[in-house]
Design a protein around this ligand. Structure first.
Ligand code: LLP
Length: 446
C-alpha cells in the first residue's frame, strides 16, 4: 500500500498516522473508524493557496465540502484561508455553525429550493452559482431588495476521461446552461436586466478524478470564448472564472496524480493568453478541489471477522463495515489499497477479497488484493477513504455510521461520534396504537 501524509510504520510494526498508533485508536474508539490526517489536509490547502493565490496570481480555492464535511473540517478549511463550496442547506448550515464566513461560500446545486436560496441570501453567501432558468426566477424572488452576487454554471461540452457517473462537463448533463445551444447566453441576457442580481462570473465543473490538465485547459478555453461573446453582446467583463474541481488522486496502481502547481500553471497560462488575445480583463480564477484535499487524508480501520476460503476460487475476508461507509467500489468500481495495521511491515503473500457485512453480494470493498496472511481480529486499514466515504455513508442494514477521529502530532480527537442503535430510531415515531411495552435486556443498546 502506498503511504500518504504522515503514515508510517512505528516501532511495534503498527500503522501510525498523525503520530498515533492506529491499532490503539481502533481499540479505544472501536471499528469501523475513519482516521483523518490533519497535517495532510492543511498541507494540501497550502499547496493550493500557493499555486492559485500567491506569487501575483489572483485566484481563489473553494474546498468542495461534499467530499467530507464536519464542523472540524469546516474550521480547518477556514483557518487555512480557503473558501468553501456547499451544495445544500445542510452543508451551508454546518459551515455557518463552524463559524465559516458566509462571504467566502459558493452555493451550488441544480435544484436549489426557494428556502435554500432564501437562507443563502439572508446569511449573505458570497456567490450563488446559478444552474438553470427556473433557479433565476426563484432567486429573483428570494433576493427581494438585496443585491445577490452570482455566477452562471455552464456546460462547456468537454468530456473528461473518468467514470460516467462522475462526468459533468459533457453536453448531455443535468447541470448548467449549455453554451452550444445558446442557453448560456440567453441566461446572461436574462440576469443582465435584473436589478438585484449581479453577474460576477462563469462556472463549470467537468467531472471528478481527472488526472490530465488538458480537460481543464480545454474547458477554460471554451469559457474564455464564451466570456468574449458576453463582452461583445453586453459590454461587460466577467470578473471571475470558476473551473470547478475534479483533481485526481491516487487510490491504487494506475492512478497517476499530477502536481497541483502544474494544473495551476497550465490554466493560468491559457487564460492569460486568451485574455490578452480577446482584449478581456484577466478574470480571477477559482477552483473547487474536494477529493484531493480530503481523500488521501482519510484511512478507514476495520476489524476482520469471518474468513471464507473457497479453494481454487477465492478467499473472502469480511470486515465490520462495507458499502455503508464506502459505497464507491459498488457504485463506481473504485479500487482501493489496504494494509494490516497491526502487522504493517509484513510481506503480502496471498490474494484475498475484502467483503463488507451488508446483505448484498456486491458489497465488496476490495476485490483481489494481495495481503499478508490474514486472521480474524486483525485490523485492516483501507487508505484514501477521506473523500466521499463519510459524506456518502448510509444506514443500510441499520448499521450505525462509524466515528471519525482527527489525528495530529500524536493527538487524536473524536470529531464525529459513532452512531448508536438509539440514533437509528431517533427520527422514528411509533403510532400509539402500534406501541407495545418492551423491556430490553439492557437499558440502552448503545
Ligand atoms: N465543484 C463542483 C461543482 C462539483 O460538483 C464537485 C464534485 C466538485 C467541485 C469537487 O470535485 P472533486 O475535486 O472532489 O473531484 N461521489 C463521487 C464524486 C462526485 C463529485 C461531485 N461533484 C465519487 O465518490 O467519486
Amino acid at each position: 500500500m502506498r503511504f500518504h501524509g504522515t503514515m508510517r510504520i512505528n516501532g511495534v510494526g503498527h500503522l501510525e498516522i498523525g503520530g498515533c498508533d492506529t491499532v490503539k485508536l481502533a481499540g479505544k474508539y472501536g471499528t469501523p473508524l475513519w482516521i483523518m490526517d490533519e497535517e495532510y489536509i492543511r498541507e494540501k490547502c497550502r499547496r493550493f493557496r500557493k499555486a492559485f493565490m500567491e506569487g501575483g496570481r489572483r485566484g481563489d480555492v473553494a474546498y468542495a465540502s461534499k467530499a467530507f464535511l464536519t464542523l472540524a473540517m469546516a474550521a480547518i478549511i477556514n483557518e487555512e484561508g480557503l473558501s468553501l463550496d456547499v451544495v445544500s442547506q445542510g452543508e451551508l448550515y454546518i459551515a455557518l455553525k463552524a463559524g465559516f464566513p458566509p462571504e467566502r461560500i459558493y452555493f451550488h446545486g441544480n435544484n436549489k429550493s426557494l428556502d435554500e436560496l432564501k437562507m443563502a441570501v439572508k446569511v449573505g453567501v458570497g456567490r450563488i452559482v446559478v444552474d438553470n432558468f427556473y433557479e433565476i426566477d426563484l432567486l429573483e424572488k428570494a433576493a427581494g431588495d438585496r443585491k445577490v452576487n452570482i455566477m452562471l454554471r455552464v456546460t462547456p461540452g468537454v468530456e473528461a476521461l473518468t467514470h460516467d457517473y462522475i462526468k459533468t462537463g459533457q453536453e448531455d448533463s443535468k447541470f448548467g446552461f449549455s453554451i452550444a445551444d445558446g442557453d448560456a447566453l440567453t441566461a446572461v441576457n436574462k440576469v443582465h436586466g435584473m436589478k438585484n442580481i449581479v453577474l460576477k462570473g462563469i462556472h463549470c465543473h467537468i467531472g471528478s478524478q481527472i488526472f490530465e490538465t488538458r480537460p481543464f485547459v480545454e474547458a477554460a478555453d471554451i469559457l474564455l470564448g464564451f466570456i468574449r461573446n458576453i463582452k461583445h453582446d453586453f459590454e461587460i467583463d466577467m470578473e471571475e472564472l470558476n473551473l470547478g474541481g475534479g483533481f485526481g488522486i491516487y487510490y491504487s496502481p494506475g492512478d497517476e496524480p499530477r502536481d497541483i502547481a502544474s494544473y495551476a500553471d497550465h490554466i493560468f497560462h491559457l487564460v492569460e493568453d486568451r485574455a490578452r488575445e480577446y482584449d478581456l480583463k484577466m478574470p480571477k480564477i477559482i477552483v473547487e478541489p474536494g477529493r484531493i484535499i480530503a481523500g488521501p487524508a482519510g484511512t478507514t480501520l476495520y476489524t476482520v471477522g469471518s474468513i471464507k476460503n473457497i479453494p481454487g476460487i477465492r478467499k473472502y475476508v469480511s470486515v465490520d463495515g462495507g458499502m455503508t461507509d464506502n459505497i464507491r467500489p459498488a457504485l463506481y468500481q473504485a479500487r482501493y489499497e489496504a494494509i494490516i495495521a497491526n502487522r504493517a511491515g509484513e510481506e503480502a503473500v496471498e490474494p484475498v477479497t475484502i467483503a463488507g457485512k451488508c446483505c448484498e453480494s456486491g458489497d465488496l470493498l476490495i476485490k483481489d488484493i494481495c495481503l499478508p496472511e490474514i486472521e480474524s481480529g486483525d485490523i485492516l486499514g483501507v487508505s484514501c477513504t477521506g473523500a466521499y466515504g463519510y459524506s456518502m455513508a448510509s444506514n443500510y442494514n441499520k448499521l450505525p455510521r462509524p466515528a471519525v477521529v482527527l489525528v495530529r502530532e500524536g493527538t487524536a480527537e473524536l470529531i464525529v461520534k459513532r452512531e448508536t442503535p438509539e440514533d437509528l430510531i431517533a427520527n422514528e415515531i411509533l403510532p400509539k396504537r402500534l406501541a407495545k411495552d418492551v423491556d430490553l435486556p439492557y437499558a440502552s443498546m448503545s
